[in-house]
Design a protein around this ligand. Structure first.
Ligand code: DP6
Length: 330
């Protein structure tokens, strides 16, 4: 017997970052975070629970995957199987609509789509909050790809209190994220490994202690569509996270010379009066953020910077959603 469902989700970009865990296994973060879902990029996933299968199978972008990736998927499926009181193995077929090798992390959209598809296939009627908790178990940032628009992940203290919810719907603020692709190289150190190093930096404690202040400023800036205040806090939060990364043992340097060149250009453009700011995740690519009204000017300037591999434009995206299995395209 086969029961299946298909779902899709957008990746997200964090404005206030998640870095370090209180509980590594349950992915209870050291601090809350705020992000925006990225319309224009998505992961589509079909999950088929098949009584004929002996163990879980995983295919990503048409290719069989590493045992490490499969183990992580199986762990998330185990939580969902437990809720449904079932032990059936599943075939998971996942496809990213964004090109592979672009350096864009897909674990957030992948685990959000997986949680929604698997829970639906097993007939579980879960709330958005419960789905975000399940997605979090696969990849922390995935919990923020379950609700739509501008999203806050409440750090919490345990599984039930750590979940994400919408702060504002996608239409609320016409914000644009230009992803400047500097390198497609696979990360040398994954986010999961990085989180476990965070505590080795003497700066992490101060970063976490100050997180509520940054969260409040960012929340207000989004709700008031106040770009100046947003720009200052987003850049400060990003630099705090990278300072922790660079001062961990062993240190993590994700930036490349081009990363710093874009940082300097963006800060210069802002001084000149353009509404623009940057943020960077665990890699060298820079996310350049601006209100829609500045998008053309920002794009013109970015394309004039030499040796950028390419530029992707994203706008605020909606929540994870179900697909008709036959039109899932996977
Ligand atoms: C730098 O969610 O990818 O992008 O929970 O181990 O899967 P795991 O980590 P992940 O970490 C994201 C780190 C970040 C910041 C952020 O998105 O908040």
């Amino acid at each position: 017997m086969i029961t299946s469902a298909a779902a899709a989700a957008h990746p997200n970009i964090a404005f206030i970052k998640y870095w370090g865990n209180q509980d590594e296994f349950l992915r209870i973060p050291a601090n809350g975070s705020i992000s925006m879902n990225l319309e224009g990029l998505e992961t589509r996933t079909t999950v088929e629970f098949d009584t004929k299968l002996e163990e879980d199978e995983l295919v990503i972008n048409g290719e069989p995957t590493s045992s490490e990736a499969l183990d992580r998927v199986s762990l998330t499926l185990d939580h969902i199987r437990r809720l449904a009181d079932l032990e059936t193995a599943a075939r998971v077929i996942s496809q990213n609509t964004f090109p592979t090798g672009t350096g864009i992390a897909s674990s957030a959209s992948a685990f959000a789509a997986l949680a929604l598809a698997a829970a639906t296939a097993l007939g579980l009627c879960l709330s958005e909050r419960e789905l975000s908790q399940l997605a979090r178990l696969g990849s922390g940032s995935a919990c923020r790809s379950i609700p739509g628009g501008f999203v806050e992940w409440k750090a919490g203290k345990d599984h039930n209190s750590s979940y994400a919810e919408t702060l504002a719907v996608p239409e609320y603020w016409d914000l644009v994220d230009f992803i400047v692709l500097i390198s497609s190289e696979h990360k040398h150190v994954s986010s999961s490994q990085g989180h476990s190093l965070a505590g080795s930096s003497p700066l992490q404690e101060a970063r976490v202690k100050d997180a509520d202040r940054r969260l409040e400023i960012c929340r207000q800036a989004i709700l008031e569509r106040d770009f100046s205040s947003f720009a200052e806090i987003v850049e400060q939060d990003c630099i705090l996270m990278h300072s922790v990364m660079m001062s961990s043992t062993p240190p993590l340097y994700y930036w490349q010379p081009k990363t710093l060149e874009i940082i300097e250009a963006v800060r210069e453009w802002r001084k000149e009066g353009l509404q623009v700011c940057f943020t960077i995740d665990a890699g060298p690519n820079v996310h350049v953020l601006c209100p829609g009204s500045e998008a053309e000017a920002v794009k013109r300037r970015l394309t004039a910077v030499a040796n950028i591999r390419s530029l992707l434009k994203c706008t605020p995206g909606g929540p994870a959603w179900l697909l008709e299995p036959e039109i899932s395209g996977v």
